[in-house]
Design a protein around this ligand. Sequence first.
Ligand code: Z5A
Length: 211
Amino acid sequence: MKPLQTYPRFVSIEGGEGAGKSTVINALRSVLEAQGERVVSTREPGGTPLAEMIRDLLLDPAHEPATPETETLLMFAARAQHVRETIVPSLESGAWVLCDRFTDSSYAYQGAGRGVDAAFIATLERDCVGIVPALTFLLDIDVAAGRARMHSRGGAPDRIERERDEFFQRVRAGFLHRAEADPRRFRVIDAAQPMDVVAAAALSALEAYRA
Ligand code: Z5A
C-alpha cells in the first residue's frame, strides 16, 4: 500500500461549526509572516477556481439532497484538484500551507456523520490525495456553543449547516477519535475559551512543533 506523503510545513485546522478556525489561521499566519516565512492560507472544500465551484455545488441548499457517497466523492474531487494545483506546488516552493479543513473533515463529516465506510474514505485519500498534514489543530467545542456562535454571526445556513445537532455530535466524536488515534499529528485545543486564549494556545503549539 502506497504510504501518504507528508511535508513539515503542511498544517491543517479542523473543528466543528463556530470553532474559530479563521481566527486561529489569521494568528498563525501573522506570526509566521512576521518571521519572514511565506504562507499560503487556503480552505476546503475549495482553494482553486474549479474546487470553489464544487464547493458551491456542495453547500448550496437549493440542490436536491446529495447522497452520502455523492457528497464524499465531490469533497474528494475538490481535494484532488486543490492538492495538485495549490497545496503541493506551494509546499514544494518552500511556503507554509495553512489549510482550513482537510481529509480529517471527510472522516468526521462523511464518515462519522453520514456513515460512509472509513475504508472507502481511506482508499480515496490514498489514491486521489496522497498527502497528509504534518500538524493538525483540532479546535474542539461543544456543538450547542459552536452553533450559538454561528447563529450570532448571522447569515443563512448552508446545506450542511442545516443538519441536526445529533449529526454534529457524531462529527465531533469522529474528530476526537481521530485525534486520539494520532497524537503525534494532532493538537487538540479547547475552543470554548476566549479567542485570544485559543490563538495563544495554537501559537505556542506551533512554536513547540518548530523547535
Ligand atoms: N466539509 C465536509 O463535510 N467534508 C469535508 O471533507 C470538508 C468540509 C473539507 C464548509 O466548511 C462545510 O464543509 C462544513 C464542513 C463541510 N460544514 N459545516 N458545518 P467551512 O469550514 O467553510 O464551514 P464552517 O465550519 O461552518 O466554518 P466557519 O463557519 O467559517 O467556522 P470557523 O472558521 O471555525 O469559525 P470563525 O469564522 O472563525 O468563527 C465563527 C464565529 O464565532 C465568528 O463570529 C467569530 O467571531 C466567533 N468566534 C470564533 N472564535 C471565538 C471564541 N473563541 N470566542 C467567541 N467567539 C468566537
